[in-house]
Design a protein around this ligand. Structure first.
Ligand code: NAD
Length: 261
């Protein structure tokens, strides 16, 4: 448990907070004194809200589908109604739904991957910017991936490449407004079994082989020859979301054991 207070009195929105990296980020920010707003489309996010109450300020929990602009906009509206400002936005929703060579994807699957891993960040950045501009301050951290250079998840890689591009471009546009925008290019990360599956259908035998190919390629592309863990991702995200990184913007920080993505 950290004793830092980097997030004391900060209003911090964390998307995809019901499990995995988003949950880890939310718990760590609460432990540093931040007022966390947990956003997810799964009601399981209520379990994280209960955990947060035990370690910090009561977490506000909002249910929203961030694949829609209305979902993102409703989150910003509700946070402003309750707290009057947003200091930090952590765009964490995403994750590949399928694992297979590109030619095996159906067109509607390609669209679904882009909706899952690019649109929530596009929508949430758009929804929050007017407020951050009027505040003349704000910090955004986008959770990207080293999968921008990888196998068997081309649509997801394309979505995360889009996140890297919007991180750089938004930083250009909004440095003048006191807003910093960075991304973490997350590497393969060990996590407990997902309560909320990315894909509700069980994998076929062929899909299991393709998924193992991803794991093997991910490990071999690192210098350290291992997966990371949630804490290693959380540490980088919290650094970029805090004043410790006050002179860093427009950057994509690879957190992949030496895999630059
Ligand atoms: N886990 C890894 O190995 C890894 C590697 C590289 C990058 N990443 C990235 O890190 C981020 C988190 O990964 P994870 O493995 O912890 O995720 P996860 O799939 O375990 O959890 C994602 C969360 O987002 C929520 N969510 C999904 N779609 C949503 C929507 N439309 N609206 C609201 N909530 C929605 C889910 O309910 C879930 O709680 C993702 O952006 C992912 O691409 C993860």
């Amino acid at each position: 448990m950290t004793h830092s207070t980097r997030y004391k009195n900060k209003i911090v929105v964390v998307t995809g907070a019901a499990q995995g990296i988003g949950r880890g980020v939310a718990l760590a920010i609460a432990a540093e004194g931040g007022q966390v707003v947990l956003v997810d489309r799964s009601e399981l996010v209520s379990e994280v809200a209960i955990e947060i109450e035990k370690i910090g300020l009561p977490g506000l929990m909002l249910l929203a589908d961030l694949e829609t602009y209305e979902g993102a906009d409703s989150v910003v509206t509700q946070v402003l109604a309750k707290f009057g400002r947003i200091d930090v936005l952590i765009n964490n929703v995403g994750g590949t739904i399928w694992a297979k060579p590109y030619q095996e994807y159906k067109p509607q699957e390609i669209e679904a991957e882009i909706r899952r891993s690019l649109f929530p960040t596009l929508w949430c950045c758009h929804a929050v910017l007017a407020e951050m501009i009027s505040q003349q301050q704000g910090v955004i951290v986008n959770v990207s991936s080293i999968a921008t250079r990888s196998i068997h998840r081309v649509p997801y890689g394309a979505a995360k490449g889009g996140i890297n591009a919007m991180t750089a471009c938004l930083a250009f546009e909004h440095a003048q407004h006191g807003i910093r925008i960075n991304a973490v290019a997350t590497g393969g990360t060990e996590a407990p079994a997902r309560k909320i599956p990315r894909n509700a259908n069980p994998m076929t035998e062929q899909e299991k082989i393709w998924y193992q190919d991803i794991i093997d390629q991910t490990v071999s592309s690192t210098l350290m020859k291992r997966y990371g863990n949630i804490t290693e991702q959380v540490n980088a995200i919290l650094f970029l979301g805090s004043e410790e990184s006050s002179y860093i913007t427009g950057t994509v920080l690879p957190v992949g054991g030496g895999d630059q993505g």
